[in-house]
Design a protein around this ligand. Structure first.
Ligand code: SAM
Length: 281
């Protein structure tokens, strides 16, 4: 069958000279919100796909890799994560994973665009199944303003599940934002942020490490994991804190009371292993 571009979604990125495509069944929705353009597709092999400003965000088939790795390593690194803030995360998949931890008492989610959540409720209901949990709070605001107003020491873990460092997501990679996060977290507090592709975005990782350190986070550690729909298919999340981030509650992780499809204590330990080309970060 000759390649028919009309029946494929393609994210082509000039800066990296890479592209990723998924064969489509149909387009389900498209809208321009005050913040970004959101598209929803039904694909042939990856379930539903959400795209924001032309960038893949979440697919039904592989989102578990990302949502589990954005939440469980940070939560099992903190000694007692009770108060969690998610910045971004509008599809609610990360919120669902956070709420699997029984010791979490409050999970606030702050996404700038309410339409992401409302469309996720409609097209990705499986990601929103914990939204009714009494511990969950959904807020719609700019994440940098939210953490600027947060009381000092009022949070245990901040998860930044944002879009790429362009458009509304750009401020979430700034030293100012990290300073606000440092102040809002207690001494044991952990920040974790999606940190793009270790292969394609090494310079961004270096910038993040530098800005996090300048903002008062003495330690950083990057977790890497597969994420097929994101550029290069190899993604990362970077932890920041003032404790040894390579130590985590291994026994609690091994004996966790909930099932995962990717995360376990071995995966956590392996994700922290530093490839030779990243050792000088
Ligand atoms: N997993 C995706 C990735 O790595 O690109 C991110 C998923 S989630 C849909 C990204 C969310 O970040 C979007 O819902 C977007 O509205 C939100 N966002 C972007 N900038 C933001 C900001 N300044 N404050 C709060 N949320 C923001």
């Amino acid at each position: 069958m000759p390649f028919d571009p009309a029946s494929w979604f393609t994210e082509a990125i000039d800066e990296t000279g890479t592209a990723f495509s998924l064969k489509l069944k149909r387009k389900l929705h498209e809208e321009q919100t005050p913040f970004q353009k959101i598209e929803i597709f039904e694909t042939e092999t990856f379930g539903r796909l959400m795209v924001i400003d032309g960038c893949t965000m979440v697919s039904g088939r592989d989102n578990f890799l990302y949502h589990e790795m954005m939440s469980h390593p940070a939560l099992f690194t903190h000694p007692a994560p009770r108060r969690v803030l998610i910045i971004g995360g509008g599809d609610c998949g990360t919120l669902r994973e956070v709420l699997r931890h029984p010791e979490v008492e409050r999970a606030q989610q702050v996404d700038i665009d309410e339409r992401v959540t409302r469309l996720s409720e409609q097209y990705f209901p499986e990601l929103c199944e914990a939204n009714g949990d009494p511990r969950a709070e959904l807020h719609f605001a700019d994440g940098i303003e939210w953490v600027d107003k947060a009381a000092a020491g009022s949070l245990d873990v901040i998860i930044v599940d944002s879009t790429d460092p362009v458009g509304p997501g750009e401020v979430l990679f700034s030293e100012t934002f990290y300073r606000h996060c440092r102040r809002a977290l207690g001494e044991d507090g952990i920040l974790v942020q999606q940190s793009e592709s270790p292969l394609l975005h090494r310079e961004l990782l270096q910038d993040m490490y530098r800005r996090m350190r300048a903002a008062g986070f003495a330690q950083q550690a990057t977790l890497h994991f597969p994420q097929p729909i994101y550029p290069s298919g190899w993604w990362s999340a970077t932890l920041a804190g003032n404790r040894d981030l390579r130590c985590f509650r291994e026994q609690d992780a091994a004996q966790k009371s909930f099932a995962c499809r990717y995360y376990n204590a071995d995966i956590h330990r392996g994700a922290l292993a530093v490839p030779e080309f990243l050792k000088d970060l």
